[in-house]
Design a protein around this ligand. Structure first.
Ligand code: GAR
Length: 207
């Protein structure tokens, strides 16, 4: 059974999808053993507590830079004996001290079709604002491994939705969450926990 540590910064709907998937048996061979938040008082922490999952808060604002923050996260991940780290709406870019120690063991959900609308500065609603401003006709979400470059690690799963003429960033965000993120993130986590993702030449393939 693999220890899954979930990192959050906000409302935690993706965390909820993981909790529900664990309960209903969709996630095989893994359990969420800890939730770490970069902010105090976020609703994701309540979701964890409501489900008896231990929580830790490591506030980003208490650290001067990304390197010192990442060291604190690395220490916590090691203490928690994490086999898999899931970034579920985690809004901080982790330094390579974490990404190299947990190479191909950190999974992120990004709310666009990478390589579009991604990288530093593209997070949350900003991603959907950019997609609408560009006028794309489909968007979606990407589940990928995390490496030292923002949103550039090997892609595990992607799913699409249509963009409608009257969409607002909020409406598009919700459609992508409901139809793609909340389904594909638990699926990718389950595949990982069953050792069903292989890396060949830096790319991820489902066995
Ligand atoms: C989700 O849409 C997730 O894909 C996005 O933030 C939202 C978090 O929602 N993540 C990023 O933009 C990371 N670059 P949640 O807290 O309800 O899961």
């Amino acid at each position: 059974m693999k220890n899954i540590v979930v990192l959050v910064s906000g409302g935690g709907t993706n965390l909820q999808a993981l909790i529900d998937a664990e309960k209903s048996g969709i996630i095989k061979n893994g359990r969420i053993t800890c939730v770490i938040s970069s902010k105090e008082g976020v609703y994701a922490l309540e979701r964890a507590k409501n489900n008896d999952i231990p929580t830790r808060v490591i506030p980003r604002r208490n650290y001067a830079d990304s390197v010192s923050y990442s060291k604190a996260i690395l220490e916590a991940l090691n203490e928690e004996k994490a086999d898999l780290v899931v970034l579920a709406g985690f809004m901080t870019i982790l330094d390579k001290c974490v990404t190299s120690a947990y190479a191909y063991k950190i999974i992120n959900v990004h709310p666009a079709l990478i390589p579009s609308f991604c990288g530093e500065g593209f997070y949350g609603l900003k991603v959907h604002e950019a997609a609408l401003a560009y006028g794309v006709k489909v968007s979606g979400a990407t589940i990928h491994f995390v490496n030292e470059e923002a949103d550039a690690g090997a892609i595990i799963l992607q799913g699409t939705v249509n963009v409608e003429r009257d969409d607002t960033p909020e409406i598009l965000q919700r459609r992508i969450m409901e139809n793609v993120e909340w389904k594909l993130l638990p699926q990718a986590v389950s595949l990982f926990c069953q050792d069903r993702i292989e890396i060949i030449g830096g790319k991820a393939y489902v066995k």
